[in-house]
Design a protein around this ligand. Structure first.
Ligand SMILES: NC(=O)c1ccc[n+]([C@@H]2O[C@H](COP(=O)([O-])OP(=O)(O)OC[C@H]3O[C@@H](n4cnc5c(N)ncnc54)[C@H](OP(=O)(O)O)[C@@H]3O)[C@@H](O)[C@H]2O)c1
Length: 291
């Protein structure tokens, strides 16, 4: 938790956001470079925050292969460049990257303005950044717990505050955010991670309640366990969901749009029912269970 809670230009001074974007008349913007047939749907302008995540990478592969325009943000330069190179090879209309540690919330306003300028606007912001952390260490040392809470809740809340204000001003855009089923109920084995995701899910509920009426879609994505670097070596790994199937479900749900698509997506869908059952267990029993 190296950075303090920032003053966000997008939070109360939204005028700064459109100025930066309106100034963009770059002839190299995706819109000017990627013509598309009149009857085809336009390539989407997609900003991916946490683009080296396994779930994000699988989503990027789908978007790239259909010619969408991508701005990719991550902190590992080599992995980010590899994801970008793969996206170009698959046929993305436009790919640009920014290497940023997203824990640094002070960097968010400039990063987001630059990304949207580069894309020539924004159709989808996909927030995939996250960390599982180590529950046992977090119980012993609050610095570990604080890091998990910062990366999974504070940093996304900062990104979403700016993005929500940008989108609400334009009455357009989709904010698709990876939360987790772990946020639906606290368990002793991962309540620090779970509470960071619970905070994020509630933040998204409130944000949706605020800006859906402005024409902005806020989509909460709650995956169950998925085979990615985050879950590598975990017990039961073989039964975890396939990352490509999970990404295909997410991309499809985003494509459905604000009126027809889900506000909250459990993926795989079975997790909606599993978590309903878990939430229904009385606390007097739940507190005695080893979960
Ligand atoms: N896999 C699952 O079972 C599962 C289930 C439910 C929800 N989710 C959520 O889905 C999202 C994606 O997870 P995943 O499974 O794809 O895991 P992953 O492959 O471990 O991806 C997490 C990504 O977040 C990035 N990241 C972490 N801190 C960052 C920071 N400060 N700045 C920039 N990037 C940062 C990591 O970058 P580095 O590689 O540089 O560390 C990594 O690319 C996460 O929010 C996760 O909590 C995953």
């Amino acid at each position: 938790m190296s950075s303090p809670i920032p003053t966000l230009p997008g939070a109360d001074a939204t005028a700064e956001v459109p100025l930066a974007v309106r100034r963009s008349s770059r002839s190299t913007s995706p819109q000017s470079r990627v013509p598309f047939p009149k009857n085809a749907s336009a390539p989407k302008r997609i900003l991916v925050l946490g683009a080296t995540s396994g779930i994000a990478e699988a989503s990027i592969r789908i978007w790239a292969s259909r010619g969408d325009n991508l701005f990719l943000v991550g902190r590992n330069v080599d992995r980010l460049n590899a994801v970008a190179a793969d996206a170009r090879t698959r046929g993305a209309g436009f790919v640009e990257v920014s290497v940023v540690d997203l824990d640094n919330t002070n960097a968010h306003p400039e990063l987001l303005a630059h990304a949207i300028n580069s894309l020539g606007g924004l159709d989808v912001a996909y927030v995939a950044v996250g960390m599982l952390g180590d529950q046992a260490r977090a119980e012993r040392n609050f610095a570990d717990a604080g890091q998990i809470l910062h990366t999974n809740f504070i940093a996304p809340a900062s990104l979403l505050t700016w993005l929500a204000n940008y989108c609400a001003q334009r009455h357009a855009g989709t904010l698709a955010v990876l939360s987790s089923v772990a946020g639906d109920r606290g368990r002793k084995s991962n309540y620090v991670y779970g509470s960071s995701k619970a905070g994020l899910s509630i933040f998204l509920d409130g944000l949706r309640n605020r800006i859906d009426r402005e024409g902005v879609r806020v989509m909460t994505i709650k995956p169950g366990p998925v085979k990615t670097a985050m879950t590598e070596g975990m017990k039961g790994e073989a039964r975890f969901a396939d990352v490509n199937k999970v990404a295909a479900t997410i991309v499809n749900a985003i494509d459905k749009g604000r009126r027809k698509g889900p506000d909250i997506l459990y993926v795989p869908g079975l997790w909606r029912f599993i978590m309903a059952a878990v939430r229904a267990i009385p606390e007097s029993q739940f507190k005695k269970m080893d979960l």
